[in-house]
Design a protein around this ligand. Structure first.
Ligand code: NAD
Length: 253
């Protein structure tokens, strides 16, 4: 097993990619904090892991709240004694709005959930990793964090910021045994569309051109395999970078 006795926190783990990552990490021997706003969903994932012989605990977390993020990391240490792997995966979609149509409150919420939470969770984890002399961070960015035509302006900017945070963090702590990488998934079949409050017609029509050349949608389990690679020693020389998993979609551009 690749993550035997490691302690992992996975945010957004009640659904989609986070759920697949939590389940795969547990299968590979990790003790997992299944963190999500949706506590019923998180409990179901933790129970499923336990039913398969793994170890997991569900924690209700709104990643937009500082106190929740801190409680989440503290719970890992209290329950399992330490933290080895932090997966910042929770995220929401915008409504494909171009900059001219962005609403202030939606921009703030998208940045709080998709970006500021990543900084806050990493900031809280770093002292633990520094003390141990090792630690791994995996951030779920997006192909929208590398390109301009995959969502609206707010989502794209929030994920570009995650890429920047990932590179800076990977570089800064490279000599301290801490690795920080991001995954940039292309289109993946999850529940993310349920976080879209409305769809901007103009924005959607501009994005359609890029979406039309997508080879296929991915499955959450395919992203979980990338997250396992990045969390395990198999990727010991990989740091401060972004792995694109999109079936070749963005190779077109
Ligand atoms: N699905 C895609 O096509 C795609 C592509 C690229 C990147 N992503 C990114 O992948 C990540 C996972 O998304 P997914 O596609 O699996 O979607 P999903 O909606 O299936 O899962 C996201 C989870 O995050 C949780 N969440 C939302 N807001 C939260 C909050 N404030 N606090 C705590 N938890 C919260 C949700 O309850 C949900 O369980 C996101 O960061 C998303 O931006 C998705």
């Amino acid at each position: 097993m690749k993550l035997q006795n490691k302690v992992a926190v996975v945010t957004g783990a009640a659904s989609g990619m986070g759920k697949a990552i939590a389940e795969l990490y547990a299968k590979e021997g990790a003790k997992v904090i299944v963190a999500d706003l949706n506590i019923e969903g998180a409990k179901a994932v933790a129970e499923g892991i336990a039913a398969n012989g793994g170890e997991a605990k569900a924690v209700q977390v709104n990643v937009a709240k500082l106190e929740d993020i801190e409680k989440m990391i503290d719970t890992a240490v209290k329950e399992y004694g330490t933290l080895d792997i932090l997966v910042n995966n929770a995220g929401i979609m915008d409504g494909f709005e171009p900059v001219g149509d962005i609403k202030e409150d939606r921009w703030d919420l998208i940045f709080d959930i998709n970006t500021k939470s990543v900084m806050r969770a990493m900031r809280k984890a770093i002292p633990i990793f520094l003390e141990k002399g090792k630690g791994v961070i995996v951030n779920t960015a997006s192909t929208g964090g590398l390109n301009g035509a995959h969502a609206g302006a707010a989502y794209g900017a929030s994920k570009h910021a995650v890429v920047g945070l990932t590179k800076n963090t990977g570089y800064m702590y490279a000599k301290e045994g801490i690795r920080c990488n991001a995954i940039a998934p292309g289109g993946v079949a999850t529940n993310i569309a349920s976080s879209m409050k409305s769809v901007n017609e103009f924005g959607a029509s501009r994005l359609k051109v890029a979406q039309d050349v997508m080879p296929r949608m991915g499955q959450p389990e395919e992203i979980a395999q990338v997250a396992l690679f990045l969390a395990s020693d198999d990727s010991s020389f990989v740091n401060g970078t972004v792995i694109v998993a999109d079936s070749g979609w963005t190779a077109a551009f």
